[in-house]
Design a protein around this ligand. Structure first.
Ligand code: NDP
Length: 284
């Protein structure tokens, strides 16, 4: 029977450390500050943004939401981002995705000053991750690594299978795993015989967005299973990509959904904002 890897508990530990760090920075006259831009009224986005604001407040950081209607033009949004780039009181900028169809996400991400890109989506930051330079690592991948480390599992030499190759989860987490000296296999919708590959994993990370894609037939005994997926089943309940109840018997560790990777994502955003504040204000 697997041990449940609670993201909530890990997140609480890390947030306590972040709160101390924020206090220390405040004594030096610097209060880390995050601004989130929210376009439109998508309920999921609104709830994510509320969670981010609450988390900032809890650790003593400053935070602000700029709300814009979903009818705005791309230029209006780019102008807003530019103003935030120039504002010395803003250390971290996050534009909540997805954006309405008239706005190209790529153009918006590329307009954010890479020094304030606390989501780690700017091509400069992704390029730095690729070559192993210090950078803002995007929050979900960073959170996944943090969770795996909390199991006491060393990634060095381990066989890690990542299912999903998106730019926000699958690819960056694979690069971080390589930095940890894991042997990484990335699977996607064209992968043949997924089961044969996932069964070889010491650590299995699933970031697809399909409820129940991974079952016990995919998992060998003793595997650490990290379920990134967030889906709603027919009953409207939040579920992951992994059939939790089935895999619980096979895995050594497993993350629940909700309460697994999610809380770590916001925590890493706080960490990145503190890092941005230190770099911009030039304080240690
Ligand atoms: P994307 O839709 O961008 O990517 C999904 C990936 O899964 C693609 O690479 C796709 O392959 C692959 N895929 C699709 N079907 C299969 C299949 N049958 N077998 C193997 N691979 C498949 O999703 P994201 O990476 O943005 O998100 C993944 C999930 O994680 C979602 O449920 C999302 O809600 C959740 N998420 C959770 C976060 C959290 O904080 N907890 C944060 C971010 C995401 P291909 O490239 O070939 O299309």
């Amino acid at each position: 029977m697997a041990t449940i890897l609670s993201g909530k508990e890990v997140a609480q530990d890390i947030r306590a450390d972040i709160a101390k760090e924020v206090d220390r920075l405040k004594e030096k006259g610097v209060t880390p500050a995050l601004t989130v831009v929210l376009v439109g009224e998508d309920p999921a986005s609104q709830s994510y943004v509320t969670g981010k604001m609450r988390a900032c407040e809890e650790v003593g950081m400053r935070s602000e939401v700029i709300r814009m209607p979903d009818t705005i033009s791309q230029q209006e949004l780019l102008d807003t981002v530019e103003r935030l780039n120039q504002n010395p009181n803003v250390h971290g900028i996050l534009v909540q995705l997805p954006l309405p169809p008239q706005i190209e996400e790529k153009a918006v991400i590329e307009t954010i000053d890479p020094r304030k890109d606390v989501d780690g989506f700017h091509p400069i930051n992704i390029g730095k991750l690729m070559i192993g330079d210090d950078t803002f690592v995007s929050c979900t991948p960073a959170g996944i690594i943090e969770l795996i480390k909390r199991t006491g599992t060393s990634l060095k030499g381990k066989r890690v299978v990542v299912v999903g190759r998106s730019n926000i989860v699958g690819k960056p987490v694979s690069l971080l795993l390589l930095q940890e000296h894991a042997t990484v296999t990335i699977c996607h919708s064209h992968t043949q015989d997924l089961t044969a590959i996932t069964k070889q994993a010491d650590v299995l990370i699933v970031a697809v967005g399909r409820a129940g894609l991974i079952g016990k037939e995919h998992v060998s005994p003793g595997t650490v299973v990290i379920d990134v997926g967030v889906n709603r089943n027919e009953a409207g309940k939040l579920v992951g990509d992994v059939r939790f109840d089935e895999v619980l018997d096979q895995a050594s560790w497993i993350t629940p959904v909700p309460g697994g990777v999610g809380p770590l994502t916001i925590t890493m955003l706080l960490k990145n904002t503190v890092k941005a504040a230190k770099q911009i204000e030039n304080v240690d």
